[in-house]
Ligand binder design. Structure first.
Ligand SMILES: [Zn+2]
Length: 393
């Protein structure tokens, strides 16, 4: 795979960072595009392009030749340890060589003045918690070196088949709230996800999202990545996506100019939600939904919506978020959803039950009754199993 030196071009009010990618599958451009007003953020280094293409090259076992100027630190990390880490998560990936004759070893003149601290913002639990912890309006004690100055909204594959239209709809839905924060809200469109050949975004989101601040490292110095999992769940083995290795992977995607940092791993999702209930600005803007909807808002029936609603109810904060959810729909579904939590069948049952217990929340009688039915059936099956075995002896 050959990656050309990046070119920056202005057109129709946008600036586009573009490289040509020549690989076994042909010639294809890789690009990142954003509003021209953010031109001063855009780097001319090959760092973002290489980070975006490492995983696809490892899938195909293709060595990479980088023609542009590349961070020496990124070259060192991606050549060795980063590949070993990704392979421990996905052993089908192949180790490849990176050839990069133009390494930059120190902070270049063009990036020396970068001061930005950026984080992605989607209105979800993880990104809202990162904002609450790192924006001085919500946390006056945040250290200046990690106080958020820019919010990012990326289209690097997370919007699925909804593509650019869904990306823009979701971005516009968040704009009124972000305007009240008086922070730049930088929408970055890209075709980087197309190089992943249908691989689920959840499997590689950390890498793809970090390509954006790498492209913007002329103005962004720190990238705070809102991680989804608690430190206790961090592991480089077994199935799963890069969320399991965020705190290990992000330093390996950093350069002399950009520190990519995992934030939020000190909380469970339940603890993050509890933190958000203390911030009234979240009441009208929390968006946790995973359903593929075009207009934004919470469907109130997908797993993420239901888990959140139960957690909010358990801590007595449901009334604050009533306008963000369809409460009638929730009340219709709740008692059929709760047995899954009560029986421990849900991956986040434990933290929700702990949260409920710490707030002396009693689950509704009907739900507790439903929860006993599968146990009863399971008990009967066990009885029949042993009865049949004894008859055979
Ligand atoms: Zn939903």
């Amino acid at each position: 795979m050959k990656i050309s030196a990046p070119e920056l071009a202005h057109a129709e009010g946008n600036i586009t960072y573009r490289v040509a990618v020549e690989s076994a599958t042909g010639l294809q451009p890789l690009w990142f595009s954003l509003a021209e007003q953010y031109t001063e953020l855009v780097s001319d280094r090959a760092d973002g392009a290489l980070a975006a293409l490492l995983f696809p090259a490892m899938v195909r076992g293709e060595d990479i030749h980088v023609e542009g100027v590349l961070s020496e630190r990124l070259y060192y990390n991606l050549s060795g340890r980063c590949q070993a880490l990704l392979r421990s998560l996905d052993p089908t990936l192949k180790t490849i060589k990176i050839h990069a004759p133009h390494l930059a070893s120190a902070t270049s003149e063009s990036t020396a003045k970068s001061t930005g601290v950026a984080t992605g913002f989607s209105g979800g639990v993880d990104s809202f918690c990162a904002l609450v912890d790192h924006y001085p309006r919500y946390n006056p004690t945040v250290v200046p070196s990690h106080a958020i100055t820019h919010l990012l909204y990326n289209n690097v594959g997370s919007h699925g088949s909804g593509g650019k239209e869904l990306f823009l709809n979701r971005y516009r839905a968040l704009q009124p709230f972000v305007k009240t924060l008086e922070l730049p809200f930088v929408a970055v469109n890209s075709n980087a996800g197309e190089f992943y050949n249908g691989l689920p975004f959840a499997k590689v989101h950390t890498v793809l999202n970090t390509t954006v601040p790498l492209v913007l490292q002329r103005g962004i110095r720190v990238f705070l990545y809102a991680s989804a999992l608690h430190y206790a769940k961090i592991s480089s083995s077994g199935a799963g996506g890069t969320a399991k290795i965020d705190p290990l992977l992000l330093p390996l995607l950093s350069t002399e100019n950009l520190d990519a940092v995992s934030v939020g791993c000190e909380y469970t999702r339940a603890e993050k939600l509890l933190r958000l209930t203390e911030v009234p600005d979240t009441y009208a803007h929390l968006d946790v939904c995973c359903a593929s909807h075009k207009q934004g808002g919470n469907c109130s029936q997908c797993d993420k919506c239901l888990w959140t609603l139960v957690a909010l109810e358990a801590v007595g904060a449901l009334e604050h978020y009533e306008n963000q959810f369809n409460m009638e729909r929730y009340r219709q579904i709740r008692d059929r959803y709760l047995p899954e939590i009560l029986l421990g069948d849900h991956p986040r049952s434990g933290e929700l039950l702990t949260l409920a217990a710490s707030h002396n929340y009693t689950f509704p009688k009907k739900a507790r009754l439903f929860a006993r039915i599968p146990l009863f059936l399971k008990g009967r099956q066990t009885f029949r199993h042993w009865r049949d075995r004894l008859r055979k002896q």
